[in-house]
Design a binder for this molecule. Structure first.
Ligand SMILES: [Zn+2]
Length: 248
């Protein structure tokens, strides 16, 4: 999930491919040992981060006087995540540098058995500082969904979490999801390599051809992977925004 104005929707597919590299990738061997944990696991959070997490959880599960969820889409997603058969680890790392503009990242541990399509573990990284400083403002003539528009603090964290939790759910409901994510990662790796080659005069032409060759596939894969997550994120944003407008 990207936020910075420098990586907004108007940017070229080249930039998109660079930044999508850090948003969704596979990993190995990060599951906790011993018994098999399931559902949302917050043991990697510091005391201060746990305070933030509790505000997120309170918001996600908030109900009105009649016991109805205040944010139905968020609540349904959060409740699903608590009941998964694999662990969903939550982390809140610091941004590595100014270029690290991913608000959230979804990592998955691939199953050992090839026939198994579900991940054995998922890690969601929420970069709260990146989320806090995301513009969330519509620029002149801009149409469509603008992440975090009109939201602050925990509302923004909830929106980012909804996006990443949707990826977690995709990894269960879409049997091809892990394969597609792997393919996108390898294409992203390739595109980064080509972009480096474009800096050199001798390899510029062939690198440009290489980038064009993978652009369409990358675009389709990104839409397949990110489309559902963006749709749920937008619906959660609507619910958070509607409540916020009501409270103001
Ligand atoms: Zn995403």
């Amino acid at each position: 999930m990207r936020t910075s104005k420098t990586t907004n929707r108007r940017n070229s597919w080249i930039l998109i491919s660079v930044f999508s590299l850090i948003t969704l990738t596979s990993f190995y061997g990060r599951a906790a040992g011993g018994t098999s944990p399931t559902g949302i696991i917050t043991e990697r959070l510091s005391v201060r981060q746990m305070e933030i997490w509790r505000t997120i959880e309170q918001k996600a599960l908030a109900q009105n006087a009649a016991g109805q969820p205040l944010y139905p889409t968020l609540q349904e997603l959060f409740s699903w995540a608590k009941m998964t058969s694999f662990p969903i680890y939550i982390e809140m790392p610091e941004a590595r540098d100014l270029w690290d503009c991913a608000a959230g990242t979804f990592l998955f541990e691939k199953p050992q058995a090839p026939a198994q399509s579900q991940p054995t573990a998922v890690t969601i990284l929420l970069r709260v500082a990146v989320i806090d400083r995301a513009a969330g403002e519509r620029t002149a003539g801009e149409h469509g969904f603008v992440p975090f528009e009109g939201l602050k603090g925990v509302d923004r964290y909830c929106e980012a979490l909804a996006h990443e939790l949707t990826h977690a759910r995709q990894s269960v409901t879409d049997l091809e999801f892990l394969q597609l994510a792997d393919r996108r990662k390898s294409l992203n790796d390739e595109s980064v390599r080509f972009q480096l080659l474009r800096r050199t005069a001798e390899t510029r032409q062939s690198a440009t051809r290489g980038l064009q060759a993978i652009a369409d596939e990358l675009r389709l894969l990104t839409e397949r992977i990110e489309g559902p997550a963006r749709a749920v994120e937008q619906q959660v944003w609507r619910e958070l925004r509607a409540r916020r407008d009501k409270d103001c």
